[in-house]
Ligand binder design. Structure first.
Ligand code: PEP
Ligand code: MG
Length: 749
């Protein structure tokens, strides 16, 4: 809809609202169109914009929650369509506005994330029954506007506050990514995302101008070169596109405008973003489809220039010591690039609790909040922030009281970790003498050092795909040998469960782009490696070679769905072993296990388990597939609850099947990081857990506080419950009853 495009292109909230009311009134041929904003704090809806009524009413008419027509629309979360409004229902509006009566009324709620953001309504002087098409139009518009208003509201207010230089404390809610509190200053990562580029005051405008001109001329050269090399294969129409690009680069409108903005006080990337957006928006608003497409060209060109500018401007290696990384997505590589100790927090607008960035953050003990969909990241650069990874909240410009409160909590956490460190040399043994194995999950050198330093029983999950992501091509066999040997040596003689490449899905390799409509259900994990036996064979050969003389390698196969998958994978392993034998390497056959994370594996587990030495349950994917809930989608991730009864029953079945087959089984999903869930899993019969090094001390402390027979009783009770919240309550209650909310009990050693 054109109206939605216009709103998206609006520079601020007021403009956006005015567009909404004018265009809706025009399209629906009504007498009045009004938007109310919901003020949740004051529990009222405030008249925010109108076309058809006096503008003096803006901000003055207020409809209390649950009262009158507006209250009815907001409360019912449904359209209210009345040909003839009963006078008493509109009394509040009539008395506050002093207006004459309107008879026809159609109002729809504007919702965002299930929360009412406001009400969009139209009124008619005469009686009018708005028809189904009117209702559908207004509802469609409101659905689009929900997020636009939420974002514009945040963005608009924030920009004004940033310009004024004095921030009023703000709180944004996302999802808990990794626990802990981090206090520091925002560093926005914008990669090739022009819209995310922050404004910054340039140190030297002349240098910025120079950088810009260099970048533009390098893009011009690139485009001319590409056009030249494609000359024969391009039609005249396609060639014209390249000419148009060069024309735009040469036109003073763009380059001069960026230069002007640089000299007005913005650095080159920020000035580029402002200029490109203002040009592109003009095209966005055009009715002609061809002309509208030109907005895409301008943005594409802007992105290319940005990439050139960026080479010189972002180096995470020089991040200040209190950095909070902010971006649409923060990759594990970004996290690993910040010097140890300099990273105080991570914020991303995409992703969810089980995204890999969150998992890596957890592994290295850095608080993270993910999926903060409404966060206008571009304005957060250099701003004071608190990342509350426990509650999934971000506090912007915390006032001194809040800062002190959070600083006290950081200190408490530090003291708790210190007191837990005395558990290091003690076993994960219950008071009634049952001992469990606690392994650590790892993937990168940063968390490898933590895993080794901690008192874990070994590495229960080495995510081998993350080092693969560091390269711009597949690592060679020799490169992989060094990588795996480093990990094997670091924990020897304790075992390392090296999981074979689990790329694909939300862990794409930059050099192996698979355009799949539904990557989580596509070619990932073992499916990908079986389709590329060369890659798989190289990895297995490298792992076997790295293990020579150490003998602590165990191979773990991800995403096994059935016996065929497993037999084929074992066939490739067999080939790798034969080859290496023939080449004279003194290799030994490692133990092999599978990840139980695809629901079909549960129902064939009695068969699968016969072919392997151990099992490891990936609850992250198991929950995703069992509950049909994308682990990376913040819109639905609140449904991804590890205490969901369906998941608990599946886990119980896995534990029982492994026990019957007398094969060890551990859990390596994020669920194991939570002390309550950890007790539940051990109570169900799992032999051990593999978790983040940073979560291990707390889980060990919980194990040492509760007898194994109580864990079993708790698991039995949990399996009777029919809702996740009830299971959470039970876990909390159990921890409280055993006084685990207090300091660690070190009495029984
Ligand atoms: C899992 O799925 O639970 C798991 C441990 O693997 P990953 O999170 O790497 O997919
Ligand atoms: Mg998995």
């Amino acid at each position: 809809m054109r109206i939605v495009r216009e709103v998206d292109a609006a520079p601020d909230l007021d403009t956006a609202l005015n567009i909404i009311v004018h265009r809706t009134r025009e399209v629906m041929a009504t007498d009045v169109c009004t938007v109310y904003f919901t003020d949740h704090e004051q529990r009222q809806h405030v008249f925010a914009a109108t076309d058809g009524l006096s503008l003096d009413l803006v901000g003055h008419i207020k409809a209390g929650f649950g009262r009158g027509l507006i209250g009815q629309v907001a409360d019912s979360s449904r359209p209210v369509n009345l040909a003839e409004v009963p006078e008493e229902l509109d009394q509040e509006f009539l008395s506050q506005s002093g207006s004459d009566r309107y008879h026809g009324f159609l109002g729809v709620p504007v919702l965002h994330k299930r929360r009412v953001q406001g009400v969009l309504l139209v009124r008619q002087r005469t009686a009018r029954r708005f028809d189904d098409a009117d209702e559908a139009f207004l509802t469609t518009l409101a659905a689009h506007l929900g997020s636009a208003i939420a974002f514009a509201r945040a963005n608009g207010e924030m920009c004004t506050l940033c310009r004024a230089g004095t921030g009023r404390q703000r709180c944004f809610t996302g999802l808990p990514g990794a626990p802990g509190i981090g206090i520091g200053k925002g560093i926005v990562l914008f990669a090739a995302d022009l819209q995310a580029v922050p404004d910054r005051v340039p140190e030297d405008p002349a240098t910025e101008e120079h950088r810009l001109r260099e970048a533009v001329s390098s893009v011009r050269e690139e485009i001319t070169r590409i056009a030249g090399s494609l000359e024969k294969s391009l039609s005249p129409a396609d060639r014209a596109l390249f000419d148009a690009y060069v024309f735009m680069l040469d036109s003073p409108e763009i380059v001069d405008a960026v230069v002007q903005r640089i000299h007005a006080g913005n650095w080159a990337p920020g000035a580029l973003r402002q200029t490109v957006e203002s040009h592109a928006q003009r095209f966005d608003l055009m009715d002609d489809r061809y002309l509208r497409e030109r907005a895409t060209d301008i943005r594409e060109l802007g992105t290319r220039i940005l990439l050139r500018l960026q080479d010189a401007s972002t180096s995470l290696a020089s991040c200040p010591p209190d950095s909070i990384l902010i971006g649409r997505q923060i990759s594990a590589i970004d996290i690993g690039s910040v010097p140890p100790g300099h990273l105080h927090g991570i914020i991303s607008t995409e992703g969810s609790t089980l995204s890999h960035a969150a998992i890596v953050a957890h592994a290295i003990g850095v608080p993270a909040v993910v999926g903060v969909t409404d966060l206008p990241i571009a304005v957060l650069d250099g701003q004071e922030l608190v990342v509350d990874g426990n509650n999934g909240q971000i506090h912007l410009w915390p006032d001194p009281t809040l800062q002190r409160a959070f600083a006290a909590r950081v200190e408490e956490e530090r003291q708790l970790s210190e007191s837990l460190s005395v558990l290091r040399d003690l076993p994960a043994r219950t008071p009634d003498g049952v001992e469990f194995s606690l392994y650590t999950n790892t993937s990168l050198a940063v968390d490898l050092s933590l895993a080794t330093a901690s008192d874990s029983a070994g590495i229960g999950l080495f995510r081998s795909e993350l080092p693969f992501m560091l390269y711009d091509r597949f690592p060679t066999e020799q490169e992989q040998v060094s990588l795996y040997r480093q990990a094997l040596k670091a924990v020897a003689p304790r075992p390392v469960n090296l999981r074979t490449l689990d790329a694909g899905g939300d862990k794409p390799l930059p050099y192996l782009r698979l355009a799949e409509p539904n990557p989580a259900l596509g070619s990932r994990g073992i499916r990908l490696t079986l389709d590329h036996p060369d890659i798989f064979l190289t990895q297995l050969r490298a792992a076997l070679r790295a293990n020579i003389g150490l003998g602590n390698l165990r191979l773990l196969l991800p995403m096994i769905s059935d016996v065929d998958d497993l037999e084929q994978a074992l066939g490739v392993l067999n080939r790798a072993e034969q080859q290496l034998d023939e080449e004279g390497y003194a290799i030994t056959h490692p133990e092999v296990g599978i990840m139980v994370e695809v629901p079909s594996a549960i129902y064939q587990l009695d068969r699968l388990v016969r072919h392997v030495d151990f099992l490891s349950v990936g609850t992250n994917d198991l929950a995703q597939y069992l509950l049909a809930t994308d682990r990376n989608n913040p819109r639905v991730s609140m449904r991804l609850d590890h205490c969901h009864p369906a998941l608990l029953h599946a886990l119980q079945q896995i534990a029982q099947t492994s026990k019957d087959a007398e094969k060890p089984v551990t859990v390596c999903g994020e669920m194991a990081n939570d002390p309550g869930c950890a007790l539940l899993l051990l109570g169900m019969g799992f032999d051990g857990l593999s978790l983040s090094a940073s979560a291990l001390p707390r889980v060990k402390w919980a194990i040492r506080g509760i007898p194994a027979m109580h864990m079993r009783a708790m698991a039995e009770r949990a399996l009777q419950l029919e809702r996740p919240e009830l299971v959470h309550q039970l876990l909390e209650q159990t921890l409280q009853d055993t006084r685990l909310e207090s300091r660690p009990d070190l009495s029984h050693r």
